[in-house]
Design a protein around this ligand. Structure first.
Ligand code: URP
Ligand code: ZN
Ligand code: ZN
Length: 454
């Protein structure tokens, strides 16, 4: 069926204008003023609202065996939550561990998503070891349209790679023209600091940050950048959280290293005092890299405005309160992760655009367009003839409060509990089909497809 979104203000990464958007089937086929539509067209009145391209979250965890447990979402719950928040495509980290076969892992992750997602998705393929079998498998996986890898410099002997493997992975990535995303923290320093703090009886969630200080992340970022420089591969630092790491990335870029930077919404919104809350409440905000002090948050917001930070993702990773309890008495055992897939766009809009900290075009760029460009999602992230009809009709006059009692993520707490939002999606479409209408999910939980990237 055809769809016409009328009278909205169309806002992209580059421009804004009052225009109608007409979609036939899955595709945008006209953008202009006073468009008329044939009988039978579904017409949505967007008067007083913005029309954004569907948002893209380039870093989520849905199926995730990690720290002795599993993250809580399924593709069904995560995609419905994503759509409520205006995200129409996400890229999941496909994370087999070092003990697993990479191809079996890829098939497992693909199987979990297939037929179960209401929005489109792709994967970053983790390389947790590198040998000749893995290399052959990675070549096959890239041929299947997965044009990005993931490496962890942290989590040694589980997800983490050794330096020789990192080098081989980057050489392969360069040959195949694949982007390598990286979690950049020095695993050995973390292990030493964790041991020391626990031995001193410093066991609560507030000690998570001192066990992985900014310099440890800066070292990881510099380390990754050096390997990129030596191999000529293109890299993307995930969840960069602090000034020291940003300086390492910016310095590398200045000497010609092809390196891009992602920050995530928890690092923009929460400072480390959240993880220091009493009675183990701080465990809700334990993630890695950890939440930092306020000065670092200002650096991230400024870096985002200047484009030094390319994208804003979530690192969505829901562990419930019972799972977080696994680390009571030993912060190193608290499952790392904060959910955010539903809240990223509203939080970035509210505390960025609405409160005067972020230009609206940079908002669209960092939450949608830039990720599409970096990761080869060529039909996504824009409002133009020929693009996928993934659209968000956004109500900037909505006022509300985030709460776990009304969210759709499969988790019993929200890190954003009690935060105000100054806007939210009223209509969201996935390739021309309405999935959210008046804030309610009306979509199809098997519509989402694996986007094969070029
Ligand atoms: O704390 C985090 N970030 N959990 C998910 C795994 C990862 O490092 O991305
Ligand atoms: Zn990570
Ligand atoms: Zn992650």
């Amino acid at each position: 069926m055809a769809l016409l979104i009328k009278n909205g203000e169309v806002i992209t990464a580059e421009s804004r204008s009052f225009a109608d958007v007409y979609c036939e089937g899955e595709t945008i086929t006209a953008v202009g003023t006073n468009l008329s539509a044939p009988e039978g067209t579904e017409v949505i009145d967007a008067t007083g609202k913005y029309v954004f391209p569907g948002f893209i979250d380039p870093h989520v965890h849905i199926h995730l065996p990690f720290m002795g447990t599993f993250a809580k979402d399924t593709h069904t719950t995560a995609s419905i939550a994503a759509l409520h928040g205006g995200t129409t495509t996400y890229i999941e980290m496909c994370c087999p561990s070092r003990a697993d076969d990479a191809m079996e892992g890829y098939q497992l992750w693909k199987g979990k998503a297939k037929g179960n997602s209401a929005c489109d998705y792709s994967f970053h393929m983790s390389v947790s070891k590198f040998d000749s079998t893995t290399e052959q498998q990675l070549r096959e996986i890239v041929k299947d349209g997965i044009r990005s890898f993931k490496v962890f410099l942290a989590y040694k002997d589980f997800f983490g790679v050794y330096d020789d493997e990192l080098y081989e992975t980057l050489k392969l990535a360069k040959e195949l023209d694949v982007v390598v995303t990286a979690h950049c923290e020095n695993a050995d320093i973390i292990a030493q600091l964790q041991q020391k703090l626990i031995a001193e009886g410093k066991t609560g969630p507030g000690w998570h940050e001192p066990s992985r200080p900014a310099r440890v992340e800066a070292e990881g970022t510099h380390h990754f950048a050096s390997f990129l420089e030596m191999t000529g591969a293109t890299g993307y630092v995930v969840h960069l959280s602090c000034q020291a790491a940003l300086e390492a990335a910016v310095a590398a870029k200045a000497r010609g290293v092809k390196i891009h930077v992602e920050s995530v919404i928890p690092h923009l919104i929460f400072d480390k005092s959240f993880a220091e809350r009493d009675n183990f409440e701080g465990a809700k905000w334990v993630m890695s890299p950890p939440l930092r002090d306020k000065e670092n948050q200002k650096i991230l917001w400024d870096g985002l405005g200047q484009g030094l930070v390319d994208t804003i993702a979530t690192d969505h990773c829901p562990f419930d309160l019972e799972q977080k309890e696994m680390g009571r008495g030993d912060f190193t055992k608290i499952p790392n992760g904060i959910p955010g897939i539903e809240d990223r766009v509203n939080m970035l809009y509210t505390y960025g655009v609405s409160r005067g900290n972020l230009d609206i075009h940079r908002f669209v760029d960092s939450a949608s367009t830039r990720a599409a460009q970096l990761f080869g999602l060529t039909s996504k992230g824009r409002i133009a003839v020929g693009a996928d009809a993934d659209l968000v009709v956004y109500d900037p006059n909505y006022r509300g409060i985030i709460s776990a009692s009304s969210h759709h993520v499969n988790n019993d707490y929200s890190g954003f509990e009690g935060f105000e939002i100054d806007g939210k999606p009223s209509v969201v479409t996935v390739r021309g089909q309405v999935a959210i209408r008046d804030g309610e999910f009306v979509g199809d939980t098997s519509r989402g497809k694996l986007v094969r990237r070029s």
